[in-house]
Design a protein around this ligand. Structure first.
Ligand code: UD1
Length: 421
């Protein structure tokens, strides 16, 4: 099994164009099913999860073609409505095929989704919302057989007890061509959801987001959508990972083509730690780190606009090198401290109790052989290994490949001594 080998303690320096967002591209690729034609997605990252999403589309009868970061998807000849258990298991976001296939074919057979094991991750919100919109869902074991009761799905008012990203996406996909109006109250309003709505509206959907009015999304059903050409938003978690690694190695980097509003949380944290940050032309961010990073007091993960749970492991790796103590409170996923034991192998000092982790900064980390337990845990280990003195090895790289395009090339270009061997 290949691993990442990192010769650490080298200042990161350089410029980077940020890859397209994984979490925005996946629902957008799925949503092309609703357009019945040829869509062109630019800045679409080439990742295990996007490859598997395309495999599902091919299985359903669609055609996909990639040229560099441009993905062309023709959904005109879609005929299938069943996804194999194996492909459903490859990622969590396979479940959002359910809303899209139901809307287009009126019937869907899928299985419970896979994905990173960071918590229980049930799909009860998805199921009850689709049922409210007129779907009949039979669950036997891990198989879901769903049929639209009448001619088409119908609009409904859906209150989410928690603003789930996946459930919000599934409801939007089911609602854009449903009969009537759908209202999602307490919807997820992450930038990736906005990007999905932006793509669908470009195809002719009628979606409005009211962020300050109980986080409501209103979708007025339309009879059909037209394919389009669209550029996926930059990946805010990848951008933040690079900034954290640059900070941890006392380096300096310039990120190009990034939306600073998407990463305001990490910029605030890095600035409080003592890094110098300057934004240019609205889409460039320069960071210069300092030798004396100071700990921020507390980081509590929350749904957007709160601090993203995906960044918690990555910022924790950096906090292990900051002078002082940081308290991390993880409110989204119950099993999201799996990186802690691995960080300790680098000499980090971290205590965990239930959903709270406390880091006590040390001046240096030393090299270690570690295992990524999930995607963002793997990213946290890269940050630690880049800063650590000596040669570290990171195993379970396929987790990291789910979200970071050719991760070793991205970091090597920025001066890190990192290789896949
Ligand atoms: C998405 C992101 C993931 C991110 C997460 C939270 C993708 C591909 N993944 O995951 O990177 O960490 O949002 O920002 O976009 N829940 C239920 N019932 C449901 C659905 C969710 O109880 O039916 C709970 C989950 O167990 C979890 C919380 O809601 O505790 C948030 O989950 P959700 O927002 O749905 O996350 P994902 O869409 O799986």
């Amino acid at each position: 099994m290949k691993k990442l080998v990192i010769y650490g303690s080298k200042k990161m320096k350089g410029e980077q164009y940020v890859q397209g967002s994984k979490n925005a591209s996946l629902p957008i690729i799925v949503s092309t099913i609703l357009t019945k034609g040829k869509n062109v997605l630019k800045r679409c990252p080439n990742l295990n999860d996007t490859v598997n999403t395309c495999k599902i589309l091919t299985m359903l009868g669609c055609e996909t073609k990639r040229h560099k970061d441009c993905l062309t998807i023709d959904t005109k000849n879609l005929y299938g409505f069943e996804i194999s258990k194996h492909l459903m298991n490859t990622m969590r976001s396979s479940i959002i095929f359910l809303g899209a296939i139901l809307a287009r074919c009126k019937e869907a057979i899928v299985y419970l989704p896979g994905g990173c094991a960071i918590g229980k991750r049930p799909i009860d919100f998805h199921i009850s919302a689709l049922e409210k919109m007129g779907a009949q869902i039979k669950i036997s074991g891990d198989k879901l057989h769903c049929k639209v009761k009448d001619k088409s799905l119908k609009g409904a008012t859906i209150f989410l007890s928690f603003p789930s990203v996946g459930a919000t996406e599934n409801i939007i996909l089911a609602a854009v061509t449903a009969k009537g109006t759908t209202k999602i109250i307490n919807a997820a309003i992450e930038p990736e959801i906005e990007d999905l709505c932006c793509f669908l509206n470009k195809c002719g959907a009628k979606i409005k987001m009211f962020k300050t009015q109980k986080q409501t999304i209103v979708i007025e059903g339309v009879s059909s959508l037209t394919p389009c050409e669209y550029e996926i938003m930059p990946d805010r978690i990848v951008a933040s990972t690079i900034l954290c690694a640059a900070a941890a190695t006392h380096g300096e980097v310039l990120l190009k083509s990034i939306n600073k509003n998407h990463i305001s949380h990490v910029l605030e944290v890095l600035s409080s730690m003592g890094c110098y940050i300057k934004t240019y032309d609205d889409n460039k961010i320069f960071l210069k780190s300092t030798e004396n990073l100071k700990a921020v007091k507390q980081i509590k993960t929350m749904p957007h606009p709160g601090f993203p749970t995906d960044l918690q492991p990555i910022v924790m790796a950096l906090s292990c090198l900051c002078e002082g103590t940081t308290v991390f409170i993880e409110t989204i996923f119950e099993n999201r401290f799996q990186h802690v034991n691995e960080l300790k192998k680098f000499g980090a000092v971290v205590e965990v109790k239930d959903r709270v982790a406390v880091t006590k900064g040390v001046p240096f980390l030393h090299a270690a052989n570690v295992y990524a337990s999930d995607l963002r845990a793997g990213a946290a280990l890269i940050v630690a290994a880049c800063a650590a003195e000596g040669i570290s090895k990171i195993y379970n790289v396929p987790y990291i490949d789910r979200g970071y395009e050719k991760v070793e090339e991205q970091f090597f270009k920025l001066g890190a001594n990192i290789f896949r061997k």
